[in-house]
Design a protein around this ligand. Structure first.
Ligand code: 13P
Length: 249
């Protein structure tokens, strides 16, 4: 049985004041039936971790370097995330792929480094609008999975997030049938590559314009084990009902 995961990606949002959202979330979910994760920007990770301590809220990073340490000005290593209190890291988000030219190879190298530091990696995949319209979505997902996911994984350390690029921050979401098709495809790819037992244990998140209003419908879809939420994770008021919908699913 896969434990569900409600993950919030704050992206480049959040200052000290935003930490009060963690207090509100903790108060609203003292004993959640799902895993709750907040990935704040790096300067807030340690303080977020302290605020969340004693509560059922995990803290994660949004990226890490491929190298374990070294002369990489401005970059953050997996060990630094772990040291600051992070238990998870998002890797290969489409914004990193677009803004920083991250390839599948880079994402795979980052995943290997993060796994070696005992972080849980959330590897993001997703097609662009043009790829969706040209009917190549499943091929793109296969390519991204083959390239981004390391060969030696343990299922409880890896989460896959399907985030169609055209659905991120746009208010657009795929139809339930489209989400089901891609998530089924991801599960089948994992089964072929890692075997049934491993594949069945890996959690698959949907991300892209998840809100309180569409959460229940999305969480009812086969092979959706939770969500990676951007905008609606920034306040407890918006994120909390998504967590509640996941608990009810
Ligand atoms: P939105 O929920 O703001 O569409 O962002 C999704 C996302 O990119 C989460 O990683």
């Amino acid at each position: 049985m896969r434990r569900k995961l409600a993950a919030g990606n704050w992206k480049m949002h959040g200052l000290t004041d935003s930490l009060s959202q963690i207090d509100s979330l903790a108060a609203a979910h003292p004993a959640p039936r799902v895993d709750i994760l907040i990935c704040p920007p790096a300067p807030l990770i340690e303080r977020a971790f302290r605020r969340a301590s004693g509560h059922a809220i995990a803290i994660g990073g949004q990226d890490c370097q491929t190298a374990r340490s070294g002369a990489h000005t401005g970059d953050i290593s997996a060990a630094m995330l772990k040291d600051a209190g992070a238990s998870h890291v998002i890797l290969g988000h489409s914004e990193r792929r677009a803004d920083h030219g991250e390839t599948d190879e880079v994402v795979r190298a980052k995943a290997r480094t993060a796994l070696a530091e005992d972080l849980i990696v959330i590897i993001c995949l997703g097609e662009s609008r043009a790829q969706r319209e040209s009917g190549t979505t499943l091929d793109i997902i296969s390519q991204q999975m083959a390239g981004s996911i390391p060969d030696d994984i343990t299922p409880d350390r890896v989460v896959i997030a399907y985030e169609p690029v055209w659905a991120i921050g746009t208010g657009l979401t795929p139809t339930p049938g489209q989400i089901e098709e891609v998530h089924g495809h991801i599960r089948a790819h994992l089964t072929e590559r890692f075997g049934l037992q491993t594949a069945e244990a890996i959690r698959l998140l949907y991300g892209g314009s998840v809100k309180a209003a569409n959460a229940a419908e999305i969480f009812a879809i086969a092979n959706v084990d939770g969500a990676l939420v951007g905008g609606a994770s920034l306040t407890a008021e918006e994120f909390s009902p998504i967590i509640t919908a996941l608990e009810a699913s």
